[in-house]
Structures are given as C-alpha cells and as structure tokens.
Design a protein around this ligand. Structure first.
Ligand SMILES: CCCCCCCCCCCCCC(=O)SCCNC(=O)CCNC(=O)[C@H](O)C(C)(C)COP(=O)(O)OP(=O)(O)OC[C@H]1O[C@@H](n2cnc3c(N)ncnc32)[C@H](O)[C@@H]1OP(=O)(O)O
Ligand SMILES: CCCCCCCC/C=C\CCCCCCCC(=O)OC[C@@H](O)COP(=O)(O)O
Length: 272
C-alpha cells in the first residue's frame, strides 16, 4: 500500500519535472503557483504565531512575518546583495519609498524591512485568505485606490499616527506592479505624508527582475537582486508647494539607481 503511494508520488513528480523542462509556461505557472501556496501556508502559520505572541494587530508582528518570509528565497534560488542598510538608522519615523515589480517583491521587502515599519497596501489584499489575515495582523494600512478622497484621508491620518506611534511607513509610489525594467510615474501620496509629518523620505531601489523573471515571456529562474537603500532626503521646512519637486527629485534619483543596478545605460532625458 505504502509502496504504491511512493510510486505514484514519484511518477507525479517526474511528470511535473518533464512538463517543466518541456514548457516554459508550465514551469512559470508551477513556480508562481508554488509561491502563492507558500504565501498562503506561511501566512497561516505566521498568523498563529502572531496571535500567540502578540495577541492581535500590531507592528511587532512584522518581525515574525519578516523571519518567515526571509526563508522563501531558498525555495526559488533568489539571492540578494544589499547596500546602504545604515541609511535606515534615522531617529524616529520616516517614509520609505521603493519600486514595485511583482508579487515576488514580498521577499525583497522582508529582506531589508527595518523594525517598526508598516506598508501601505491596496484593500483587496484583505480578501486573500490567510495572506489577508497576516497583512491585517502586521498592521498594513489599507487604502481604496478607487476612491481618491478616501485614500487621501487615510494617508493624512497616517501622517499623524506615524509620528505619534514612531513607525516608519513603506509606500510603493508607482501605485501598482510594474516589471518593465523602468519606473512608472510616481503618485504623490507618500511625499504628501512626508511633508505633512516633516519626516525624511528614504528611497530603496531593487534592480530589475527582467533577466530572471518576466511574466510576459513566462520566464522565472533563479537570479540575483541588488538592493540599495539610499540616503534619507530631509523634508524639514518643506510645505505642500514643494511636494512636486520632492517627488521629481526622488523619482530621478531612484530611476538613475535602478538603471545603474540593472546594468542599463542611463538615459539623459528627464522623464518627470
Ligand atoms: C507571507 C506573505 C505576505 C506577507 C506580506 C506582508 C506585507 C504586505 C505588504 C503589502 C504591499 C502591498 C503593496 C500595494 O498594495 S501597492 C498599491 C497600493 N499603494 C499605493 O497606491 C501607494 C501609492 N499611491 C499614492 O500615494 C496615491 O497618491 C494615493 C493612493 C494616495 C491616491 O491615488 P489616486 O490615484 O487616487 O490619486 P492621485 O495620486 O492622482 O492624487 C490626486 C491628487 O491628490 C493629491 N494627493 C495625494 N495624496 C495626498 C495627500 N495625502 N494629501 C494631499 N494631497 C494628496 C495628489 O498630489 C494629486 O493632486 P495633484 O498633484 O495632481 O494636484
Ligand atoms: C478565501 C480567499 C482565498 C483567496 C486566495 C488568493 C490567493 C492569493 C495567494 C497568494 C498571493 C500572494 C501575494 C503576496 C502579497 C503580494 C502583495 C502585492 O504584491 O500586491 C500587489 C499590489 O501591491 C499591487 O497590485 P496591482 O499590481 O495593482 O494589482
């Protein structure tokens, strides 16, 4: 009986292996499917640990989530080369902005996430089963992207609470995933919060995934991600009139860094 199961299991694994070798789209679908299952299972386990250790929704749970997600890279052969971690060592709260390429970014996020830091996320994430539960327990700030006024209200509230509670807030200013090797124009919410709260902006840049991950061509192999945490940009004394300049400055610095880290020649043109 047990031998039968073993033979069936081996046959299924062999079949999957052959399919993966033969078809890049099967390979891609299986690897992404595995990533999603891993997220769902790991979130369930992490949620239990968070509830047992901290009892409910708190930024302290991010330490547990970070420890769990940091193991994911070993399953996918993803390696990180991190520079500039010392730039996170600013006193008190800050806004962290980074480029956003894929759902795989959760690995890169947790690889460098400082203590006492929560992310801004789309509210739809709440409805992704255990992943929704873990984002809730970790203190993720949910925004409704379909309603500018409600998103702006939530962001303004964040500007007040982040100072009162001494937390850093991680925002993806492109507002959506973008795996083209370039940046989308930045939305200004993150920079409004930074100016309203008078806290520094810390840019974080991940090199382009396109050499090892590309959903369009169904490419997903192992690969190296370079991460650079750039020096904080101060906002003390800035007003809402300076938000556009601050956004452009950050965009240009991050775009240059993205091209440098990805080995792509820089373009002279200013795309702001
Ligand atoms: C185990 C596995 C998983 C574990 C995971 C755990 C971690 C999970 C992590 C999850 C990660 C999940 C990651 C994700 O889910 S990423 C997706 C969700 N995140 C974002 O969208 C963040 C970036 N977006 C923004 O910042 C947008 O600006 C918002 C959303 C705020 C509005 O966007 P919208 O498109 O609706 O409008 P608009 O940007 O055209 O702005 C309109 C006007 O309003 C002005 N304005 C904007 N804001 C403010 C303000 N505060 N005070 C005053 N004014 C403000 C602005 O300057 C503009 O005016 P003008 O300049 O044109 O005159
Ligand atoms: C009971 C309901 C079950 C639902 C099951 C849903 C399955 C989902 C399983 C795993 C998902 C793993 C996702 C990890 C978290 C990824 C966060 C993320 O990267 O969100 C994307 C968001 O930044 C931008 O979204 P868009 O590019 O605008 O779109």
């Amino acid at each position: 009986m047990e031998l039968g199961w073993l033979l069936w299991g081996t046959a299924v694994l062999l079949l999957l292996h052959v399919l993966m070798e033969l078809s890049p789209s099967v390979n891609f679908a299986l690897r992404i499917g595995f990533y999603c299952v891993l997220c769902l299972v790991a979130s369930g386990l992490a949620a239990a640990a968070c509830l047992l250790v901290n009892g409910g929704r708190t930024v302290k749970n991010m330490r547990i989530i970070r420890a769990v997600v940091r193991t994911f890279k070993y399953f996918f052969g993803v390696r990180f080369e991190v520079k500039g971690l010392e730039n996170f060592k600013v006193e008190g709260p800050a806004i962290i902005v980074s480029n956003h390429q894929s759902i795989l970014d959760m690995m890169g996020l947790m690889e460098v996430l400082p203590d006492n830091c929560v992310q801004v996320g789309k509210k739809e994430l709440m409805y992704t089963g255990t992943v929704g539960l873990i984002t809730y327990l970790g203190g993720v700030i949910f925004i409704n992207r379909k309603s500018t006024s409600s998103a702006k209200m939530v962001m303004s509230e964040v500007a007040k609470t982040m100072v009162a509670e001494n937390v850093k807030v991680w925002v993806y200013p492109e507002g959506t995933r973008n795996c083209t090797g370039d940046l989308l124009p930045f939305k200004k919410g993150a920079f409004h919060i930074a100016v309203q709260a008078q806290v520094p902006v810390i840019p974080v840049v991940y090199s382009s995934f396109t050499t090892f991950y590309n959903p369009k061509t169904k490419l997903f192999t192992s690969g190296k991600i370079k991460v650079e945490i750039l020096p904080p940009i101060e906002t003390k004394g800035l007003t809402s009139d300076d938000v556009t300049d601050l956004t452009d400055r950050c965009f240009n610095t991050m775009r240059e860094t993205l091209f440098r880290l990805s080995g792509r020649p820089s373009e002279a043109k200013d795309s702001s």
